[in-house]
Design a protein around this ligand. Sequence first.
Ligand code: IPD
Ligand code: CA
Ligand code: CA
Length: 259
Amino acid sequence: MLYINVAEKAAREAGEVLKANLGKVKEITFKGKNSLVTEVDKLSEDIIIGSIKRSFPSHDVFAEESGRRSTGSAYVWIIDPLDGTTNYAHGYPFFSISIALEVDGAVKAGVVYDPVKDEMFSAELGKGAFMNGEAIRVSGSTRLDESHLVTGFVHDDESMVEENLKHFGDFIRRSRAVRRDGSAALDLCYVACGRFDGFWELGLNPWDTAAGVLIVEEAGGRVTNFTGDEYSIYVKEILASNSGIHSEMIDVLSMNRSG
Ligand code: IPD
Ligand code: CA
Ligand code: CA
């Protein structure tokens, strides 16, 4: 089976379980002050890893809740079993599953699945981006003052929260609207399909962004750090846009830059 088909199948299997348990979370533990984990995060991760391992037993896995299990394979599946746990734990129906395949350090395929809306976003390197099989494109907006933006806030780093609050204020004053939706993987896919024109966040991890970044780029968008340099899923700042408003967003992000 193709990599993307395996990822989609795993995401759908886990998505069923997320949907069935929405509003029924029994156990919340904390990785940090506002960094929640539920029993459903772990269940979803077990389902996804089991499903992928059945097709590719020799591939490695790097998953949020169980970490990196490395045997030295060039193929690494990067998994966020539930992106938007805080939303989920409060019964707020905006969350996703993110699965990406990294080969020799480069992301080659990725899916992000929203089980509530049954929207499957997917991309393979060089082959375009899709939602439920239909090609998607970023928006054509070229003006920040007409743009619909989204961001997120890291849970446990006070200095990053401070920095992002400044950015938030600067963008609120210069765009049409700024949202804070609570699932970075879906935020990226919404940029990819034109529902948002731009997204920025500090402090994300590889499992949050690996699939979504590929989907944005394959949909014609641009992804960099805050100064416009090449993005890596292993660095802590991300700016993703439709490309038309990218330089205006960089200008705003540089207004409050310390150091
Ligand atoms: C979180 C979400 C959220 C973002 C946080 C992430 P999680 O992931 O993507 O939108 O603002 O920084 O940690 O913890 O729900 O998988
Ligand atoms: Ca996440
Ligand atoms: Ca998660």
